[in-house]
Design a protein around this ligand. Structure first.
Ligand code: UTP
Length: 416
């Protein structure tokens, strides 16, 4: 233990992070041990380089961006039934599982608790988790199967999430049989001087590593192994905050199987060329998503011979992967993006600081950065009003908020 401590001190000195042990002596034994383990698991080289690049804007200037082909679900004609039959067969054979990413902090919504526990104000007062569950079950019934459901949480919200499910009897699911929780990875937050923050508990201030952490987490926590054990070949991965998400979609699955691609994504057409959404594209010949901050006005306005936007297919976090693709994507580290956030911490004098404005860098990987791992993927345009009702902001924002999501949900299910 003491040699351990000496080694750790040397590492901290090397990286100018000695302050991490400032409050070590005030911790109880369990926390002391935990802190040392956390420090040992930090990749200081990585954190150092992320900090040094934090203020630099990502330079994608040399990238060649071209449009990506897509299919429109409602213009498939005879092919619709053809793909649907292929997908139905695979679903009936138990080849599909779904994953809900629920590890985000939901800062914009500002709900006190995991986002999935949020009640958007329907007469039923169902939470987002229950609405998602209803959606899975409604489809599963058609195929007489139970679709295994995997839920990604963060260390921050895992306990509360699992307790919420327990309180609601897992919405009819069976934990560890067909419902699995797993915790996503984390990275330390650093201040503007490059110092790793110490949290209020005296431990390292860690933050979830973004939805791009999904692949590595699925592999590391043994979930992909579990999927294979239970005969799953395909996994739909979606967010927790789209209450109209259609996770069980035989047409999407049929397309992936028939076209022999390992990734198939749903898109909705951009509401207008200026809408602030990421759109599917090819980057240097590989599938990717171009962010609205990256696309020029001219590109955003470009249309094809049918009048459709060339870059009009919005990425809505509705993506289907083969288990094998997830394993490959989880093996390679993704680039990290930087967000400047408010983070409370303990200063060098042991005082808790709760800042009013952003003070720390958070590093996050984005799920779509892994798309380039495959040469081809399918993009299926679906109808916004059928599949996209995001809950991102508080009602005061007026867009992508509980109020708008509730209206879309009620309209789709003809509740009002
Ligand atoms: P967002 O990027 O919208 O983030 O996540 P968020 O945490 O919900 O909200 P803000 O930005 O703090 O306001 C899209 C989806 O990805 C999940 C979220 O839970 C949501 O379902 N996510 C995001 C994770 O699971 N982990 C992360 O680290 C980030």
């Amino acid at each position: 233990m003491s040699t351990d401590l000496e080694e750790i001190k040397a590492t901290l000195k090397k990286y100018g992070q000695e302050h991490l042990l400032n409050h070590y002596e005030t911790l109880d034994d369990a926390h002391k041990q935990k802190l040392l383990e956390e420090i040992k698991s930090i990749d200081f080289e990585l954190i150092d380089s992320l900090y040094r690049n934090a203020e630099k804007t990502q330079n994608n200037e040399g990238d060649v961006i071209t449009p990506i082909d897509y299919l429109d679900k409602y213009k498939l004609n005879d092919q619709y039934k053809y793909y649907q039959d292929i997908g139905k067969k695979a679903i009936k054979e138990g080849k599909l599982a779904v994953v809900t990413m629920a590890g985000g902090q939901g800062t914009r919504l500002g709900h006190n608790g995991p986002k999935g526990t949020y009640d958007i104000g329907l007469d039923s007062h169902k939470s987002l988790f229950e609405l998602l569950c209803d959606g899975i079950k409604e489809e599963a019934k058609k195929y007489d199967v139970t679709i295994p459901w995997f839920i990604m949480t963060s260390r921050e919200n895992n306990k509360e999430t699992v307790e919420f499910f327990e309180k609601h009897k897992y919405f009819g699911y069976q934990k560890d049989k067909n419902l699995f929780f797993f915790i996503q990875g984390e990275l330390p937050m650093v201040d503007t001087e490059g110092k790793i923050l110490v949290g209020e508990d005296g431990l390292i201030k860690l933050a979830a590593d973004g939805h791009g952490g999904i692949y590595e987490s699925l592999v590391k926590t043994g979930m992909t192994k579990k999927m294979k054990e239970i005969g799953v070949d395909w996994v739909f991965i979606g967010g927790v905050d789209n209450c109209l998400v259609k996770m069980v979609d035989p047409v999407l699955m049929g397309i992936a199987i028939d076209k022999k691609v390992t990734v198939a994504c749903k898109s909705v057409v951009k509401a207008n060329p200026q809408e602030k959404v990421g759109v599917f594209c090819k980057r240097n010949g590989k599938p990717n998503v171009i962010e609205y901050t990256e696309i020029t006005e001219e590109m955003a306005e470009q249309r094809d011979e049918n009048g459709e936007l060339l870059y009009g297919e919005s990425h809505i976090l509705c993506n289907l992967f083969s288990v094998e693709a997830i394993e490959r994507m989880g093996a390679e580290p993704l680039p990290y993006h930087v967000a400047f956030k408010k983070a409370s911490y303990i200063d060098k004098d042991g005082k808790i600081v709760k800042p009013d404005s952003p003070n720390a860098y958070k590093f996050e990987a984005f799920l779509f950065d892994a798309f380039g791992e495959v040469d081809e993927m399918a993009v299926l345009r679906v109808k916004r009003e059928e599949e996209f009702a995001p809950v991102k902001n508080a009602d005061s924002a007026g867009v992508d908020c509980p109020k708008t999501a509730k209206e879309l949900y009620e309209k789709f299910y003809k509740l009002k």
